[in-house]
Design a protein around this ligand. Sequence first.
Ligand SMILES: *Cc1c(COP(=O)(O)O)cnc(C)c1O
Length: 398
Amino acid sequence: MKPYGPIPDWWTAERLAALLPMADAGTPLFVYDLGQVETKIAYLRNSLPGIVSIHYAMKANPFAPLLSAMVGQVDGVDVASGGELAAAIAAGATHISFAGPGKTDAELEQAIIAGVTLNLESEGEAGRALHIAARLGVTPKLAVRVNPPFALKGSGMKMGGAASPFGVDADRAAALVRRLIDAGADWRGLHIFAGSQSLDGDAVAEAQAATVTLAAEIAEAVGVTPPLVNLGGGFGIPYFAGDRALDVAAIGARLGETLANRPAILRETRFALELGRWLVGEVGIYFTRVIDRKESRGETFLVVDGGLHHQLAASGNFGTVVRRNYPVAVVGGEGALETVSVVGALCTPLDRLADQVQLPRADVGDVIAIFMAGAYGATASPTAFLGHTPAREILIGQ
Ligand SMILES: *Cc1c(COP(=O)(O)O)cnc(C)c1O
């Protein structure tokens, strides 16, 4: 096999060929490999200090069979809507936290009744949660999401160090925590998320250390030990040529040092990392079939039956500034390389899944594999756009 771009080692030509019958049964298709998720979770757990829990941020991939399987292996699930909350409960999750701005009263009520920890995003949301809990006669589990005064350096999406719809500015966090405690809530701790998709291990370690320091400052200002400090996530995965995978073992070792030296007020605190992309991004492939092969002004286009309505990220229209090609391969393709563009079936020039990449020749009927499709794919794409059918999804490796 001659893929374009870096693909995870385990996606060998043999493994891909073995998946062809699934693609033959119907494309477009996402395949997720549970075995690889399990390997990643085990490696992460081995790398982290024992007092650090692993949470799955399910918005990365909420496919029900995958979520159900992961629930038994992670320590908690982080949800960001009432819909995700219902899905997490249906999947059997018992340790759930609910972050995200714009929670409606109905969502707050749903979470409080379910005994879920609410990561409060503002003083206003805190007031509504307390009010709803009082009406229900329930003690709510409330944590405060803090907008940190620093950002995770080198991250694809910075989440701190600036004005933000997420969390309460750090200098107001202690006052809000005090208010929750005084109102009789079960204060669950702090949630501090500084960024996403970082491939800079030093930057991740520094952000974690700064997060522990900030959490201790807030706790000291309140005078109460937080039961949990959620350190956020930010672990990136290599999408493009030249990207290097994070050294998670090194990050875990540095976090171990940080926590060994943590301030006394955090002595009894547990910690958590919440990861989406790192856990599931590399384990997914999007398969799509060539419908047409055409030439235009000297360029070759492979027109496929899928597109950005399933895999928006690969088209470069999901949170990217400069469009770059995701790793891609012609399944079973072995011939001489040619330069082609893989374009989706949508009637918009945005629907370009690979732009002028070098691939073995593919013809009508051949299957194209687009890698790194396990996170922010099927549910992060505009499925209804242009009225095509959704992609099928299959979990393998169970
Ligand atoms: C989206 C999100 C995550 C997951 O981010 P990844 O980059 O997929 O790891 C974690 N925590 C919160 C609060 C989020 O909103």
